[in-house]
Design a protein around this ligand. Structure first.
Ligand code: AOF
Ligand code: ZN
Length: 359
């Protein structure tokens, strides 16, 4: 049984894990707290960026000798492999850790097995502690193992009265520069950006991550601006995207996904489940769905959205289109209910992160 102190440490580890959210992909978000033999916190760490030291190693570095005989509380089962860094099982054993409290088992066959290795070396391992909380925090990485498709985040911007454009169709800019910079960080974190051909025809977006140079990225990956650009996917049933569209510039790769190539729904649209499966087969794990409202509605109808990030501007339009059209909800009983996981202000705007409830 995890002690109250260990449960509190796991809550803290989950919180720490989220610090890496924009820089850990394609690796997991992991947090770790080291307690000494008396139960006092002597080290905290999280996985800061893909390819860098794992959460356990960062927390052990802070704890130093005080880790000996202590407990490591970690949101993901410690890895047992030599990848870009050495196995965390070895680091924990070398530090003299006596007990390891784990939230979620590692589904990655390459790295899994850490709990068994630690037990074989006499470490007391308890798994499954606050598993739900830790799974939600790391859903972006865990979901593709289970679903064999990328994790899908739908992002939108709207006024407080829920409008994403004015009555005349103009939509720049609803949110402020801080929210737009935040979107660029999100684009830099994902490996794929998806938009509909309607949006490409209407707004001619570039769909690349353009970061402020002051947004320093992971040290060994160069500035964040040098992270690979996400693949741009235009969902375009009938191939309407013009050759002159900005998504065809040389800044990033682009796939115009047509119904003929991907597979069609009975009404001739691109089959989105097949699209996501194809992206998964291409190694894609993290999709940012950027709209427009019709494509977003189709994703919701197909039950293919895992997370919502809504930027809400303290502004009113009173008329104009919403961010979401025809999500398959005809009556109030069918409302898509979400659980809010985070709310914060970004400049003058609100950013609400939420996940759909199981239906
Ligand atoms: C992380 N950070 O804190 C933990 C991970 O890319 P590599 O070689 O560093 O290895 C990544 C794998 O290690 C990852 O897929 C997961 O299974 C395991 N644990 N990874 O990036 C961490 N604890
Ligand atoms: Zn590790």
């Amino acid at each position: 049984m995890a002690s109250p102190g260990e449960l509190a440490a796991m809550r803290r580890a989950v919180e720490l894990s989220l610090n890496g959210a924009y820089t850990t992909p394609p690796n997991p978000d992991v947090g770790c707290v080291i307690l000494d033999a008396t139960g006092a916190t002597v080290g905290e760490g999280w996985h800061e960026h893909a390819g860098g030291p794992h959460a356990e190693v960062n927390a052990l570095a802070q704890a130093g000798e005080r880790a000996r005989g202590g407990t490591a509380v970690v949101t993901l089962e410690p890895c047992d492999h030599t990848g870009r860094t050495g196995p965390c099982t070895h680091a924990l054993l070398e530090a003299g850790i006596a007990r390891v409290v784990v939230a979620v088992a590692d589904p990655n066959p390459v790295a899994a097995g850490g709990a068994a290795t630690l037990r074989a070396h006499g470490v007391d391992v308890e798994a499954g502690v606050l598993e739900d909380e830790a799974s939600t925090a790391n859903a972006r990485w865990l979901t593709p193992f289970r679903t064999h498709r990328p994790f899908v985040v739908w992002k939108f911007a709207a006024t407080l009265d829920g409008r994403s454009a004015a009555a005349d169709g103009s939509s720049r800019w609803i949110t402020g520069p801080e929210a737009r910079a935040d979107v660029h960080r999100l684009r830099a974190a994902v490996d794929t950006v998806v938009a509909g051909s309607g949006t490409v025809l209407a707004d001619d977006p570039q769909l690349t991550a353009r970061l402020d140079p002051s947004d320093a990225g992971p040290a060994d990956a160069g500035p964040a601006g040098e992270r690979p650009q996400p693949l741009r996917v235009v969902v375009d049933s009938r191939g309407r995207t013009p050759a002159t569209a900005r998504v065809h510039d040389d800044q990033a790769a682009t796939w115009i996904a047509t119904a003929a190539e991907v597979g069609a729904t009975p009404d001739g649209r691109v089959d989105l489940a097949k699209l996501l499966n194809a992206l998964y087969e291409q190694g894609r794990r993290y999709v940012l769905l950027e709209g427009g409202p019709t494509l977003a509605g189709a994703f919701w109808q197909a039950g293919l959205v895992d997370r919502v990030v809504g930027y809400v501007a303290p502004a009113l339009l009173g008329a104009g289109p919403a961010a979401l059209h025809d999500a398959g909800v005809g009556t109030i009983a069918d409302t898509i209910r979400l659980d809010v996981t985070d709310v914060r202000t970004v400049g003058p705007d609100l950013r609400i992160t939420a996940t759909p409830r199981e239906r």
